[in-house]
Structures are given as structure tokens and as C-alpha cells.
Design a protein around this ligand. Sequence first.
Ligand SMILES: [Ca+2]
Length: 241
Amino acid sequence: MKKVNKISILVLIGMLMVGEVGMVSAQQTLPDGGNSFETAVAIQSGNYVLGHDMYSYEEGWVHEYFKIAVKPGRVLKIDFAPVEDATSEVIIFNKDRVKVGHEEAWYHFRQRGSVYWAPNFEYGENPLYIKIYGSTAGSKFDILFEDHYDAGSQTDAGDTIENALSISPGQYEGYIARDLPEEVGADRLDSYKISLKRGDVLSVKITPPSDVTRAVRIFDPDRTIVNEQEGPNPGAIVKTS
Ligand SMILES: [Ca+2]
């Protein structure tokens, strides 16, 4: 009888950066945000323009809070541009209300800002919070998703052996947050599992983007590391055999 050994591999994988497609939609007016995390207003991705000044006579310039659900494997990307003489400040918070992204833009100095964050598999369906400060009517906010799904799935490969993504032999594209500007996101590690038959030899080759390094660890069914390789320099291809 043929015995089948299941071997779990844990891989940090990143190949060519291609196919980043944001959702394209008509420009719409950003709804009024809440004044706290508790009253954050749920929004969808879209190309928004601010219809009012974030200013009140009593309080001066104010913050407004929004929240948005981002599927693991997608990256939230906010590009924004203040209108003349104005400033825009955009901050992203995770579900624990910890600041994970922050960018400012001033019309006369740096006219556009971009801020990103990539949730991981373990982040689940929790929303990200967006806080916008002191913007003026007419300022633009493109709040969009980029698909960074791993290995042809519709999700992020998990961080743990338990949440490893099942794959079969082949060539795949995967992403981790290190591929993003400033490496922002919880998507720090991707794990995959693959079933092998007795006598099969597993080899893993990882081609990273040219400016980052990659490391790979292979675990046997007892979750013991049986092979470990790390690229010596950015862009180096990593092979396990
Ligand atoms: Ca990933």
C-alpha cells in the first residue's frame, strides 16, 4: 500500500509584482464621518470627494472617523489630494485602534499623500478605521483595494501551520507586506502546505522583487524544521535544493 506523507511547508513568498487593479468607480461625495471610533461611519471603497470643510465654528478643524471592511489578501490604499491652500491628514487604525498608517499632504508642499495597510488571514473580517483631519471641501480621497491574494486563492495565506493555505505543485504569485512601500501591514508571513507521496522530492524556489529578501522554512509532518534558506541580498532567488 502506498503511504502518503503530508509535509507542511512554511514559505515567505513573493514573485513578480503585477496585476494591481483597484476598483474603478465614479467619483462620489464622502459621507459625513463620526467624531469617534464608536461612531465611525462605514464606507465602501471608492473615489471620493469631500463635500464639506472638516471645520466647526466651535472646535476649529476636526477629525472625522470612518471604518471599512478589507478582505484578507487585499491591501487598503488611500491616495489623497487636498485642494488649494488646504492640508489633509489621513490615519489608518487597526481593529485594536492602534495607529498603523499616517500621512499628511499640503497643497503647497506635497500635493498628494498615500497610505496603505495590508491585513493578514488572522485579521479576519475586522474593519480598519480611517481618521481624516482638517480637510476642506473639494479634497479628493481615493479609498481603494489592491488584490494581493496568495497563490491564486481569494485570501491571504495564514501565518501559522494551522492556517496554512493548501497548494499543489506549481508556480504561484504571493505577496507579503514587505512588498509595499514602508512595509506596512500585518501580512508579514505566508504559510502553505503541500501533500507529498513517499519518494517525492520537494523543492522550493522563490523569486522576490529586486529590492527585498525572502526566507523559506520547510517543516515536516512533526512540525520540525527540515530546511531553512534565506536570500543573502535583496532580489536573490532562494532555493531549497
Ligand atoms: Ca500574503
